[in-house]
Ligand binder design. Structure first.
Ligand SMILES: NC(=O)c1ncn([C@@H]2O[C@H](COP(=O)(O)O)[C@@H](O)[C@H]2O)c1NC=O
Length: 524
């Protein structure tokens, strides 16, 4: 790319979101740039004493059809699209003045369709036509023109103009053009998706065109020979790994992001102070505490201190100094994430410069409806609603002769919340609001239970008297027979097997209390 710096003599401003546009326009005018503007933007600028010409005066053609046609005129598009040096004669012949910069943001289509009770008519009226047309004209002609689609770029534009004595460099114009095409692609994707959803019976659009923005390049992917980058939903607002702020430590790796997501989403399930330690996308130690976050961490760590080495730790309360100290003194940790981090905790973790410390903000407890989950398959994409289901205590159905005690019921619900985040087949043993053993990702549920038992033994924890959660139903009674032999006192599972009665009989024979959730949580 050559380093050609082209002066900006005339700019057109037409913005729906008028944030900072007055100050920006004033800075352009102060740099002797002539301003053109559409109705609403023109009124705002002129009311603020900024010298500006209305587009309709410039074209000699009024804005018509309630603004459906305002800038769709050859004097505007010729001014933007004309190739300087090549189209000068035709521009002069038709009295077309060059427009070197276009500042546009579009009708708020996405915000409109999110409004309660939005009609198809309202949505359609909020499809911007003239705006994207100018954006595309200007972005196409980036060899000579600058397209600005976000108020977040205003300061950078002014800095560029000042650096280049009133001009904009090739590289800068090119980057603006890329951003502009990304912007119109995202805008059109939102329109196409919304319109398609109106006629698709299952509510999923006929074509999947969601847009994600690159947040960071990564050194490598799941394995060192794979290249990778982290993309995020630019409209995501709920605190998550995607919106989290890294306060210190090495750059997040591909696996760090996946594991931190698993840990954070699991810890969000608990109302009381909780700690979730994840290894390879599975919770290996989870605990809550009625007293402190430190207590929750100590208890979570103790349930599988071996696996916790190099783990990812998530909290649902602000990370305090005592908890931070306990972690860095005790174990090698890859990532710590919490809604907020106290200054003292930050100072303590700073002693371990490589530890990635992330702050994600407080969450409200609700995930936005419409949130989806993807799974990539060769040549395709599986899309589903995010698993936001969680059974309430009152919805549990006791199916055995013995009903669980209050303490058992509390532990069953705890174990169930954890099981939802364990890869299938998932078996979770728990007691006193902490995991005792977790069996994850086995092809047989019985083997998951065996592994949960082995984990408990390694951690020196007693399975006897614990409860058990199973993410899906038991197809045979052997799962319950084995649980009884291990000393399990109560079981939570979805139910729904054709052999449920055999399974219930097995529980009754062993004096086990069992509840059905009626909802399964496979996680593949
Ligand atoms: N129809 C047109 O020719 C047209 N030209 C620009 N717009 C949009 O009108 C809005 C600004 O309008 P105003 O300056 O009147 O507030 C911008 O979002 C811009 O993208 C248009 N509106 C919709 O298509």
């Amino acid at each position: 790319m050559t380093d050609q710096r082209l002066p900006v003599r005339r700019a057109l401003l037409s913005v729906s979101d008028k944030t900072d546009v007055v100050a920006f326009a004033r800075q352009l005018a102060d740099r002797n740039i002539e301003l053109l503007s559409t109705g609403g933007t023109y009124r705002l600028l002129s009311d603020n004493g900024i010298p500006v010409t209305e587009v309709s005066q410039h074209t000699g053609f009024p804005e018509i059809m309630d603004g459906r046609v305002k800038t769709l005129h050859p004097k505007i598009h010729g001014g933007i699209l004309g190739r300087r040096g090549q189209d000068d004669a035709v521009m002069a012949e038709h009295d077309i003045a060059p427009i070197d910069m276009v500042v546009v943001n579009l009708y708020p289509f996405r915000e409109t369709i999110l409004k309660e009770g939005c009609t198809l008519g309202e949505a359609v009226e909020n499809i911007d036509i003239g705006g994207p047309t100018m954006v595309r004209s200007c972005a196409k002609n980036h060899a000579w023109t600058s397209i600005v689609v976000s108020h977040h770029d205003y300061n950078d534009i002014i800095a560029e103009l000042d650096t280049c004595q009133g001009a904009v460099s090739d590289d800068f114009r090119y980057r603006l053009a890329v951003k502009a095409f990304e912007h119109t692609a995202g805008y059109d994707a939102a329109i196409a998706t919304y319109l398609s959803q109106q006629i698709e019976d299952d509510g999923f659009p006929a074509t999947w065109t969601t847009q994600y923005d690159k947040k960071q390049s990564m050194r490598y992917g799941e394995n060192p020979h794979q290249k990778a980058a982290f993309y995020i939903d630019p409209h995501a607002s709920e605190p998550s790994i995607s919106t989290a702020r890294q306060l210190q430590g090495k750059a997040l790796s591909f696996n760090n992001v996946a594991d931190t997501d698993a840990a954070l989403e699991c810890v969000k399930s608990f109302d009381v102070p909780a700690c979730v330690i994840v290894k390879h996308a599975n919770p290996c130690g989870v605990a809550t505490s009625q007293t402190s976050l430190l207590d929750a961490y100590e208890r979570a760590f103790a349930t599988d201190s071996e696996s916790a080495f190099g783990g990812i730790i998530a909290f649902n309360r602000s990370l305090d100094a005592d908890t931070a100290r306990a972690i860095v003194e005790r174990q090698f940790v890859e990532v710590i994430i919490a809604p907020s981090i106290s200054t003292e905790a930050q100072d303590i973790v700073a002693a371990k410069a490589n530890v990635r410390l992330l702050e994600c903000g407080e969450w409200s407890g609700t995930t936005l409806s419409g949130d989806v989950d993807f799974k990539r398959v060769k040549g395709g994409l599986l899309v589903q609603d995010l698993d936001q289901g969680m059974v309430e205590k009152e919805e549990l159905v006791v199916v055995t002769e013995r009903a669980p005690s209050d303490a058992e019921l509390a532990d069953l619900l705890f174990a169930w919340r954890v099981a939802k985040f364990v890869k299938s087949n998932a078996i979770v043993y728990a007691s006193d609001q902490r995991t005792v053993g977790v069996g994850a990702g086995q092809m047989s549920r019985v083997n998951s239970a065996r592994i949960a038992g082995i984990k408990a033994e390694h951690a020196g924890l007693e399975v006897k008297g614990s409860v058990m959660a199973s993410d899906a139903f038991f197809p045979f009674r052997d799962g319950i027979d084995n649980a009884a032999a291990a000393g399990i006192k109560a079981v939570i599972q979805p139910g729904g097997s054709m052999r449920d009665q055999e399974v219930i009989d097995a529980a009754n024979e062993a004096g086990i209390a069992m509840v059905f959730t009626g909802m399964r949580h496979f996680r593949h």
